[in-house]
Design a protein around this ligand. Sequence first.
Ligand code: NAI
Ligand code: MG
Length: 358
Amino acid sequence: AVSRKHSIATMGADGIGPEVINAGVQVLKKLAELDGSFTLDFKNYDWSSETYRKTGKYIPDGGLEELQKHDAILFGAVGAPDVPDHISLWGLRLAICQPFQQYANVRPTKIFRGTQSPLRNAAHSDLDWVIVRENSEGEYAGQGGRSHRGQPWETATEVSIFSRHGVERIMRFAFQMAQKRPRKFLTVVTKSNAQRNGMVLWDEVAVDVAKDFPDVKWDKMLVDAMTCRMVLDPKSLDTIVATNLHADILSDLAAALAGSIGIAPTSNLDPTRKNPSMFEPIHGSAFDITGKGVANPVGTFWTAVEMLKWLSEEEAAKRMMDAVETVTERGVMTKDLGGTAGTQEVTDAVCAELEKAF
Ligand code: NAI
Ligand code: MG
């Protein structure tokens, strides 16, 4: 008998978003049907840049209250060529993340079986990281302003916000994440040589929180030196915590080092579980390949796996991840990973693999 029910809001939004979310839903439906011990109820929301063009808003009135009813949100990507990126990002993605206090952004990276890292000497086991990104304040708090618009003396400020509350909760989350992983090792990324206020608070909080985790080893890296370490000594890293901006950049580097931006997932978590968490591939709306049927759905599949884990469907999550990796190992891959398959072909191959697994 079916005991567990999960209500999932889906939102493909723009560009390849709807294509990869459809692929993800197809695989999740197949998985739930084969497993039989849980159900997934999907409700689709068609909010996108099209909604914005028509109504001047991405999220209709009452929209957040609607979303709040679900257990999780599966999100594609937002961004369109004719809408400035800061409007689309703040209009939809951040408009969900911020009020829902999804303060922990979690980005795992690894090299899939059957794929190759651009790092010539990296063995698969050398790169297995989780980047924890502060997702509610820092450099993306939206503080600042512009004066004297259009004048040669125009000025703009972008103010970073670091609160003890905000830094402490992400640090604690990161130490817990490191503690759960076999190596129990955390690298705290900082820039407290040049940024002598917010980043110094960040370092001090790290020292304080570390006292509560005596079994976790940790070290500290300046963000610029961190890029070198990621490339030159990937196996010296495991769990990583960084600010909103720093982790945004480092996680794209991580995805590229693992093989492609098309495979990497991200979870926007409210660890208090008061609000639904949101799961999305890290890539954007990729207008250059929209509608061609070639978008890599693997980033969304791995995203769906992370969502299942958050919903405590650990076993189903593991089965799905195995099926996805078996498919890449067999060479059924999209062009970004060096293959020739289309989105649908990869999706069907994963479904077929799941059939075999049950
Ligand atoms: P992008 O991730 O959309 O594309 C970068 C490159 O990677 C492109 O060449 C694209 O074809 C390729 N790519 C991305 N995902 C792929 C996939 N699944 N399979 C195969 N190839 C893939 O980043 P870009 O071009 O900087 O941004 C495009 C738009 O997306 C912008 O409007 C941007 O603001 C938005 N964006 C939205 C994000 C979100 O909703 N979370 C995240 C990043 C960008
Ligand atoms: Mg990014």
